[in-house]
Write a protein that binds this ligand. Structure first.
Ligand SMILES: Cc1ncc(COP(=O)(O)O)c(C=O)c1O
Length: 393
């Protein structure tokens, strides 16, 4: 029995020790100086001007789309068929129109040509997901978005530390390229604050809006005094303490989660390196005749190994699922978000008439793809054993 979980040992003693130490010496628990410290440390690590800590990657998605709708008005947002539920749900909830496009096998992200083919005058944003550690950006895409003044939102919830090489050959971290980017610190991700997420941007105005959206839409959450004055001048009859500018949420996290995040951030780069090594070993030993292995590995920061059949062979896939279950290897079918979102009831309800078959590559991944864990403490022998198992099924 391989006994191979999706994730192991993600919260370490050093994280718990720093939390206990913090608890002994603080009397402030809700969003405060530690959250601020974590946000600043994260901005430094990523290379962006502003970061805002929220209580999940999905909160980050919902706030981002609400902010885009609030500032830029109604329109369409291009989003992939392979992504997380909240990427599409956030567009729907913000009263924007999701335009779903198919993905590319090489990085499981939206196919650039498909995106370009769906851009219209109504396109407000492209909401790109970097799936399972693969960079999803291309220089061609960035060029067109810039020319057409379309916002790029990067979902980096599964890909902390993945990188992209821009047209000048400069290596940039995914999440530092777009207008805004969202991260998740859920338990199984690269680092964890148990639950948590981050919204990152270089845009001062959007950042002020995100600060307000995080806390009930309240003006006093904005920390730019000129920005505050603009609002106060318009509403002199309202009290500064209770000026609700936008239809906001309460998406705040706590000092406790930020302390865990700060402790984890110290080892993030080491974790990424270890996972890259694991991934390399896995991909080199997997049978490339049976499994798709030509992923675009440059800048990959993987936290789960993708097992994707080349051919649509239902019986073989069932055997793989059975053998992995017998060996107690934990897996998730369909890869990120369980596969083609178009098959899900919420998409069928809100985009009536959309057909799953219009997304053939997402369909193939849905039926013949899965992922298994890649965590820092994963033993070399276990990686080789799971490859032997998959190759022999
Ligand atoms: C691509 C992607 N986006 C967003 C999320 C949502 O993150 P969270 O679980 O922190 O809400 C996830 C899921 O974990 C995800 O995989």
């Amino acid at each position: 029995m391989l006994n191979y979980p999706l994730m192991s040992n993600n919260i370490l003693h050093e994280d718990i020790d720093s939390l206990i130490d913090f608890l002994k010496h603080t009397d402030r628990f809700t969003n405060g100086p530690k959250v601020r410290e974590f946000e600043e440390a994260w901005s430094g690590w990523l290379g962006v001007k502003h970061s805002l800590f929220v209580h999940s990657g999905s909160s980050a998605n919902f706030m981002t789309m609400a902010g885009i709708r609030e500032i830029y008005g109604k329109g369409e947002v291009i989003v992939p068929a392979i992504t997380w539920e909240s990427d599409i749900a956030s567009i729907i909830r913000a009263d924007l129109v999701p335009v779903i496009v198919d993905v590319d096998f090489k990085n499981l992200a939206m196919d650039t040509k498909e995106i370009l083919g769906r851009i219209t005058k109504k396109t407000k944003a492209v909401f790109l997901s970097h799936i399972l550690g693969f960079n999803g950006l291309s220089n061609e895409l960035l060029k067109v978005l810039q020319e057409k003044n379309i916002l790029l939102v990067e979902d980096v919830c599964e890909s902390h530390g993945a990188t992209f090489r821009n047209e000048k050959g400069k290596i940039k971290k995914c999440g530092s390229v777009g207008f805004v980017s969202n991260f998740s610190f859920y338990y199984a991700h690269h680092i964890s604050t148990i639950e948590g997420g981050m919204i990152c941007t270089n845009d001062d105005r959007f950042y002020q809006y995100m600060r307000m959206f995080r806390s009930h839409g309240m003006l006093r959450e904005a920390d730019d005094l000129d920005f505050r004055q603009e609002w106060l001048k318009q509403y002199p009859e309202l009290k500064e303490e209770f000026l609700f500018t936008v239809p906001g949420f309460n998406m705040r996290s706590t000092e406790l989660n930020a302390v865990i995040g700060l402790s984890q951030l110290r080892r993030l780069d080491t974790i990424i390196d270890k996972r890259r090594e694991n991934y390399q070993l896995f991909i080199e030993h997997l049978d490339s005749e049976r499994y798709y292995t030509e992923f675009d590995n440059e800048g990959n920061s993987n936290y789960a190994f993708v097992v994707l059949l080349r051919e649509p062979d239902k019986e073989l896939f069932q055997r793989i699922v059975r053998v992995l279950s017998e060996e107690k290897v934990e897996f998730r079918r369909g890869t990120a978000g369980g596969g083609n979102q178009v098959r899900q009831p919420y998409v069928q309800k809100y985009i009536p008439g959309i057909l799953a078959e219009e997304f053939p590559r997402a369909e193939h991944i849905h039926d013949y793809g899965l992922y298994i864990g890649n965590y820092p403490g994963l033993e070399e022998e276990k990686i080789l054993a799971v490859c032997r198992l998959l190759n022999a099924v």
